[in-house]
Design a protein around this ligand. Structure first.
Ligand code: NDP
Length: 460
């Protein structure tokens, strides 16, 4: 194939219609994958100015290639529950892109997991990982397994069975999974133990989010939540605002939410509401984080228990109601599509000033439009929650070098990575004609580095 410098040539098909045409093909190929199509649409739409400026990417088929995973692995996960009954779940790993480094992305254990969810997460991960400035490609995995209500023994047997197949597809220089919804330190421990046993060697860099005693990095647990708040703080400061005395609402009460709440409070914000998949709590005195940590991290109970310890707080059934609570800053940190158009309009009416997506794709496309039209500061997940995977890459670096950095060292690196992601995204938005639009800026900045690597590698 002859490579031509298209910059000087008039392109027959406009950038917009080219991007739309590729999207139509993606739709035809993946008709039953709404979440994947949503993620692709958001990214494709923001890349139009890139294709206007650099037709070489079109000639090289970057869009057609980047949207097709290197491979998707789907497998049976059989295990025996405590009553002796055989259970079967479906496991996945999507290895999307290794253009700039080994596949990297978490594992999600949740009953809603299917190919569409894993592909949307894997696709987003390509651009997020590129934005971190670390040498990591994009991947994601998981299973439609529901950890809720399972005994410790059942969780262990499931993780062991899952790894019995996954091990052959991963490795420190090949594909490095981590946690996500339903997969925390306990699950990573069981997964690592089984990988180590099968392989017969201690390959610390094969998984991240490990315990500190066997190769984990300090600050990894806090990284996604802290990073989201560092990112939002950049957005606020640019407008002369701060977290100080603001009302903050954070959905979820898992890993990302807990540490977003902790850092928001350290920055002077008053966190007044959080949730789980059953309902939400409102505590106008400020959420007591020690109680939330005990309930969710230690006892693994429901957030409704909070009011037993703090009777002045309120518990309301139904998690989506959390967006009715008036706030200055909203941090959606639970799951995809938790803020729809109506919830976004309500947040705007109630005076929200900034949104920081701790979760992946928590706002629908319509909700994002509402925020942007109303000039609400909007930090998209790809940029705002990249701190988790960034520190995972730092964990890999420490494993390779066989050393361990202090909490402060890693936290400082995390903070400067988040500042850098903010600046890079703002710069790209400006350069490509959408000043201040971090959705466009993050997508373009993430894309360019991967696209250039793909051009360098040839058509593969
Ligand atoms: P956890 O499993 O630790 O916590 C998830 C929280 O969200 C829980 O409170 C859970 O409630 C709630 N939740 C899950 N599913 C739903 C649902 N369908 N409806 C309402 N609430 C729900 O997961 P994480 O905190 O790790 O992940 C949260 C989000 O952040 C996800 O979108 C994930 O992809 C994203 N993310 C995570 C990173 C990480 O480092 N962990 C990195 C980057 C992004 P319940 O307890 O009832 O299940």
């Amino acid at each position: 194939m002859q490579i031509v410098d298209y910059d000087q040539q008039v392109d027959a098909l406009s950038a917009k219609s080219y991007v739309d045409q590729v999207f139509e093909t993606v739709k035809k190929r993946n008709p039953h994958e709404p979440e994947f199509l949503q993620a692709v649409k958001e990214i494709f739409d923001s890349l139009v100015p890139v294709f206007e400026k650099h037709p070489i990417y079109k000639q090289q088929g970057i869009l057609e290639r980047i949207v097709e995973p290197d491979r998707i692995i789907s497998f049976r996960v059989p295990w025996v529950d405590d009553s002796g009954k055989v259970q079967v779940n479906r496991g996945f790993r999507v290895q999307f892109s290794s253009a700039i480094g080994p596949y990297k992305g978490g594992l999600r254990f949740h009953p809603s997991v299917n190919a569409s969810i894993i592909k949307f997460l894997g696709f987003e991960q390509i651009f997020k990982n590129s934005l971190t400035g670390q040498p990591i490609g994009g991947g994601k995995g998981g299973a439609d397994f529901d950890p809720k209500g399972k005994s410790d023994g059942e969780i262990m047997r499931f993780c062991q069975s899952f790894m019995t197949e996954l091990y052959r597809h991963i490795g420190p220089d090949l594909d490095v999974p981590a946690g996500d919804i339903g997969v925390g330190g306990r699950e990573i421990g069981y997964l690592f133990g089984m990988y180590k046993r099968i392989r017969g060697s201690f390959e610390a860099g094969v998984l991240t989010g490990k315990g500190i005693g066997y190769g984990g990095s300090l600050t990894r647990t806090e990284a996604t939540g802290y990073g989201t708040v560092y990112f939002v703080n950049e957005m606020l400061e640019a407008k002369g605002l701060t977290f100080e005395n603001s009302r903050v609402v954070v959905s979820g009460s898992g890993n990302v939410s807990i540490y977003a709440m902790e850092k928001a409070a350290q920055f002077g914000g008053k966190v007044i509401a959080c949730s789980d998949s059953n309902g939400y709590i409102v505590d106008e005195n400020g959420i007591n984080l020690e109680t939330v940590k005990r309930i969710k991290e230690v006892e693994r109970k429901r957030i409704s228990e909070y009011v037993l310890h703090h009777p002045e707080a309120q518990y309301i059934e139904g998690c989506s109601g959390i967006w009715t609570v008036p706030c200055d800053i909203a941090l959606p940190c639970a799951t995809q599509n938790e803020i729809d158009e109506a919830a976004a309009k309500l947040l705007v009416t109630n005076g929200v000033k900034a949104i920081g997506e701790g979760a992946n794709m928590p706002s629908t496309l319509e909700a994002i439009d509402v925020f942007l039209e109303n000039e609400v500061l909007f930090g998209p997940g790809k940029a705002a929650n990249a701190g988790g995977v960034a520190v995972s890459a730092l964990e890999m670096a420490q494993n390779s070098a066989r050393l361990a950095w202090t909490f402060e060292e890693v936290d400082q690196k995390l903070h400067s990575i988040m500042t850098n992601i903010y600046q890079t995204s703002m710069k790209a938005a400006e350069e490509y004609g959408c000043p201040g639009n971090l959705v466009v800026g993050a997508n373009i900045a993430g894309f360019l580095k991967v696209a250039d690597a793909m051009v360098a590698h040839g058509i593969i």
